[in-house]
Every structure is written in C-alpha cells, then in structure tokens.
Design a binder for this molecule. Structure first.
Ligand SMILES: [Zn+2]
Length: 612
C-alpha cells in the first residue's frame, strides 16, 4: 500500500552549511518517487533557529495535520530538521508515535528509530552550544577592542563612524544628553532616600511624559534591578564609564521557550574602561551603592530571600505530567502541589465541548515522586543493552566527525576548481586584448561572477569549526554507574529534597516519558498511569510474575499426578524432578529478561501504559 507522506524542511540562519529549503524538499521528493509513495503535503520553516519550537508555524501545522490523521510518514532531510533540542525532539517523536506515524529521513533513506533520534538530538544540541560559545567569543573580542557589545542601554545612542575604507564601524555609542540628565536625577533622588517606586511614579506623571527605557513606562524594577547582577539603572556600570560584558548569558528556557538570563561569576566578566561614556560621578555612584547596602541589610532581616523564587528548581517529573481529563500539563500550583494548569487558567477545552477541565485533583510532589520512583526496577539496564546504546552513540559520533572533516575538503576543492577557471579565463581575456580584439563585457562579467563564488566559498571555509572543535562523544554509559544513579534518585525522593541533579532527571525521563494523573474513584487519592519504556518494563515484569506462577502451579500438579501414579518414588527422583522444574523456570526467565532489554533498547518498542 502506498504511504501518505508529509515533507518537512527547515532552514535556519544560525548555521552556514545548511541546505536550502528547496534542496531539502527536492531530495525528499526524490525518495518519495523512488518508493512510490504519495506526497500529502509539505511544511517548512525558514530563518528560525532549530531550538525554537513554538515559534515555528510550519512544524505546528505539520503536527496539526498529523493529528487530523491519514498520514503514515513524516519525511525530512535529516532528523535535526525537526528540532535541534533534545526535549522538543522527544516531544515530536512522542506525538508521531502516538498517531502511528513513522519518521523517515532522506539522508539515511530509512526509518529513524526513537533512540537514533534521541542520540541525533543530543549531538546537535552540542553543536548549538558550540555556536553559542563562538558568538560569545566574538563579542568578547569586540568589547576588548573598546566597542560595546549587546543592546543599547538607556542614556546612549548609536554613534555613526566610518573606517578608512568607508565601512561603518559597528557597536559604537555616545551619550544622549536628555536621557543622561534623567539618569543623574534618578541617582541623586535614590541617594537622598527616595524609593525606586516613588521615582518611577514621579517620572511617569510628568508633563510632558518622560519615556522610560525602550520607550516604555518607568517601572521600579527597571530602576532598582539587581545589584549582584549589575542590572537596572542604578547598577549599570556603563554610567561610570565601564563597559561590562559577559555578565549574563541568555539561554532558552525549555518550558516557556523564552530567553532567560543566567548570571556569570565576576571573574568571567569582561570589562573595558570608556571615560567618554561616563554619565555619573564616582562620588554619586558610591553614595547610591552605600544606600543599596543599607536597604539590603534591612530587607534581609524582614523577608525571606526573594531570589529563591526566581531560581525555582526543576523537579524530577515537572513537564512530563499530564491531566487525564483535558490532556493539559500538570504543574506546581501551590507549595509543592501539582495540579492541572488548564483548570487553573479556566481555559475552555475544545475536546471537552468547550468547558473547563473538571479534574480538580492535586497531588503533592513528594507523594508523586515517591510513587513513580518506587516503580523503577533496580536493574532496568542490562549490560547487553548498554553495550548496544554505547555502540550506537559511538557510531553516530564517528559519522558526524567524518562529515565535519569532509566539508572543508569539499569546499577547498571547489575553490581550487574556481581559481583554475579564473586563471584560464584571465589568460583568454589578456590574449584577446594583446591581439587587439575589443574587450567582451560578458567575459568580464563571468570573471566577476567567479570571483563572487570564490569569495563565498572562502567565507564558508572561514566559518567552519576548526577540526580541533569536532564533536566529542558523551561518556559511555555503564551499568554500575547507572545503578548508583537510580539509587541516588531514590534517596533524593525519599529525603524530599528540593533539587535533583540534571543527569538523574534526564535518565529518569528517558524511562518515564509521561505520567497521567486522574482523580481516583474514592475521590481522595490520585490514579497514576505511567507511559513509556518504564511502563513496558513493568508490564513485562507483571506478565513474567503471572507466567512463572502458572508454571509453578503446573509443575506441582504434574508432581502430584506422577507421584500418585507411582512414577516418583526415591529421593533422588524427587530431586531430579525439582531440578528439571527449576531449569525450565530459569530458561523462561532468561527469555523474559531478554524481552525486557529489547524494550529498553527501543527495539520493537510499543508505547505502553501502566497503572501504578
Ligand atoms: Zn485538566
């Protein structure tokens, strides 16, 4: 039967070696023709980063199409087209699997299994990290050269200046006098004892209005900021002529997909003195700092640390909890209690006929974690299985490394070919001129075109990571360390600790893909259903218990029958019979273990659910 296929292509601007959308689609269509499939639709996203997901209309449309049904396969050039983020990849894979849709890639000309996709995503996330590192290094150099990097702070405007070649020098700024006056006024008022809130109200009520940073209304938080992080008007060291960069690093929060700032240690800051940008005197700055310290002291006596709220830990099961009624996420609502977020937000749910979700069950984080973690079998990773996963990872790394070294070679040979053409063409033009022929504009244009191509290749070569930066393999998994991780997770959960190690979380999540929460019939407790590999293992274990119980019953019945028939008389005969029974059990158990291992490895893995 011919398969119904959706093609997905994505082109992002954050990498240079990517194939265009057209090329991606073309290669996918070739595979569809070759296999005699049926192209149902194509979706695409361009110029968006591979780690952004919610902001990609193409992938959203694709998933909606998959939900509508009648699709057998999603096809893209390579798995990282779907996403370059591990969590998103898992999310997409889950959805495709739920709708019985296969994922194929044109590069591999094959179906991509769950685990391959996971490994691919881990590797490409590493590439994203590397790209981020390079940008940061670039900015570091810029700021050290004396130019400011990053956004434009309140009080400054961009200065236009040009180098000797007439190119604009980027990153230059100068003081904007009207805003500088406001900054000085804010510093003075605060030093005198006025609160940031009071200052904001004052500025907002002036006629004519004084627009705040980025044209917005003034807010106390924008004035107060955070002393330790150097944020806010009162803490911006640029106002005393110091440009500080690398104070923050922006990362995408995987839940909200918003960029969030992470704060670097002072040693990592890059500082450059720029007296021409000074707005506030050292004396005024110092008196503001003194007052901030006094405020901080009195504040810490009266309130618990507000910052703790901002650094909310990521819990073991956050993000993989689902409401049984509306399929919405369960999240922390009140102190350590999970509840349905759709219900809390009172969202009308389409598939519930437009009513608000009725699942009012909340569950304590500790109870939930305990019930789920207690279900983790102690030795769920067999040694065979780990060897296989390690082998797959090593192979994937080797492949990536190969393509990383092949790319510069390919570019170089293309460049040499163009240079050869340029030489031949140049000689031809020179010969014609020497022979007294008129110049042919077309030849000149051709020469220019070749030069453009050559430059483009040179730039791409420049932009490639150096070979020393090639992909490194993640450390191999070993059964011993995994067992200790599982033990650690159990201890963490029993001790009701607040934060868990990211590694534990990710390992646990590879096993538990989803936990669905419903109110129990008794109205008091919560019913939990685990989805994913853990569920499959638990189901296999339960089936094994059932099978072994039946086997034992059969064997004892057999024993009674034989003894009554006079078949077993001596002690030796009894022993022999018992041994034979034991052998059968052991052999059967080995079969079941092998089945479990293949479930973990993802071979023939069916999405399974298991009631805890
Ligand atoms: Zn709900």
């Amino acid at each position: 039967m011919s398969k119904n296929v959706i093609v997905y292509a994505r082109y992002s601007t954050d990498r240079q070696d990517e194939q265009s959308i057209e090329t991606q689609i073309e290669r996918c269509k070739a595979l569809i023709d070759q296999r005699g499939w049926n192209l149902a639709s194509t979706y695409q996203d361009s110029a968006v980063s591979g780690t952004s997901y919610k902001r990609r209309p193409g992938i959203q449309q694709l998933l909606r199409h998959v939900e509508r049904g009648r699709i057998d396969t999603v096809l893209c050039l390579s798995a990282d087209r779907l996403s370059r983020d591990v969590a998103h990849t898992a999310q997409i894979a889950k959805k495709l699997a739920y709708h019985d849709v296969e994922l194929w890639t044109a590069k591999a000309n094959a179906r991509i299994s769950d685990i391959e996709m996971h490994i691919g995503a881990v590797l490409s996330q590493e590439m994203v990290e590397q790209g981020r590192y390079r940008t940061r290094e670039g900015m570091r150099t810029t700021v050290q050269k004396g130019k400011a990097a990053g956004g434009l702070a309140y009080g400054y405007r961009v200065r236009h200046a040009y180098d000797e070649r007439g190119d604009r020098i980027p990153g230059l700024r100068e003081i904007k006098d009207t805003e500088a006056q406001i900054i000085r006024w804010i510093f003075e008022e605060y030093a005198k004892g006025r609160s940031p809130k009071d200052i904001a109200v004052d500025l907002n009520s002036r006629i004519p209005a004084v627009p705040g940073p980025r044209g917005a209304k003034w807010r106390d938080t924008a004035i107060r900021g955070h002393v330790s992080r150097g944020s806010g008007i009162l803490n911006n060291e640029m106002y005393v002529g110091r440009v500080v960069w690398n104070r923050r690093e922006y990362r995408k929060n995987p839940d909200s997909e918003k960029r969030v700032a992470r704060h670097n240690q002072r040693e990592e800051w890059v500082v450059s003195e720029q007296p021409n940008l000074r707005i506030v005197s050292d004396e005024l700055w110092a008196s503001v700092k003194r007052r901030q310290m006094e405020v901080e002291k009195s504040f810490s006596r009266t309130a618990t640390n507000r910052l703790n709220k901002a650094h909310r830990p990521k819990y073991l099961l956050s993000g993989i909890l689902e409401c049984a009624h509306c399929f919405g996420p369960y999240a922390i609502m009140a102190q350590n209690r999970y509840g349905c977020t759709n219900r809390q937000k009172k969202l009308p749910i389409d598939h519930l006929g437009g009513i608000v979700c009725t699942n009012r069950k909340t569950i304590s984080r500790f109870e939930l974690e305990k019930r789920v973690v207690e279900a983790l079998p102690d030795s769920f990773f067999g040694a065979d299985n780990l060897a296989r996963i390690n082998h797959d990872i090593a192979a994937a790394v080797a492949k990536k490394q190969k393509s990383a070294t092949a790319e510069p070679d390919r570019l170089l040979s293309e460049m040499f070919a163009i240079e050869e053409k340029q030489r031949v063409l140049g000689n031809k033009i020179a010969d014609r001129l020497l022979a007294g022929h008129a110049a042919v504009p077309a030849l000149d244009r051709l020469l220019d075109e070749l030069e453009q191509q050559r430059r483009a290749l040179a730039e791409r070569l420049e932009g490639l990571p150096s070979t020393s930066e090639t992909v490194t393999a993640p450390p191999p998994l070993n059964p011993g360390s995994l067992r200790s991780v599982i033990a650690a997770i159990k201890t963490y959960v029993t001790a009701e600790e607040t934060t868990a190690d990211e590694t534990w979380i990710s390992i646990a999540r590879q096993m538990i893909q989803k936990v669905v929460i419903a109110p129990a019939k008794d109205g008091k407790s919560a019913d939990l259903t685990i989805h994913g590999r853990l569920a499959a293992i638990l189901a296999a274990q339960e089936a094994w218990r059932e099978v072994s119980r039946e086997l034992r019953q059969q064997q004892s019945a057999d024993f009674v029958r034989r003894r009554n028939a006079g078949g077993i008389k001596s002690v030796a005969a009894k022993m022999k019979f018992a041994q034979r029974c034991q052998d059968i059990l052991t052999a059967k158990e080995r079969e079941w273990m092998a089945l479990q291992v293949s479930v973990v490895a993802g071979a023939g893995f069916e999405p399974a659910a298991f009631r805890l």
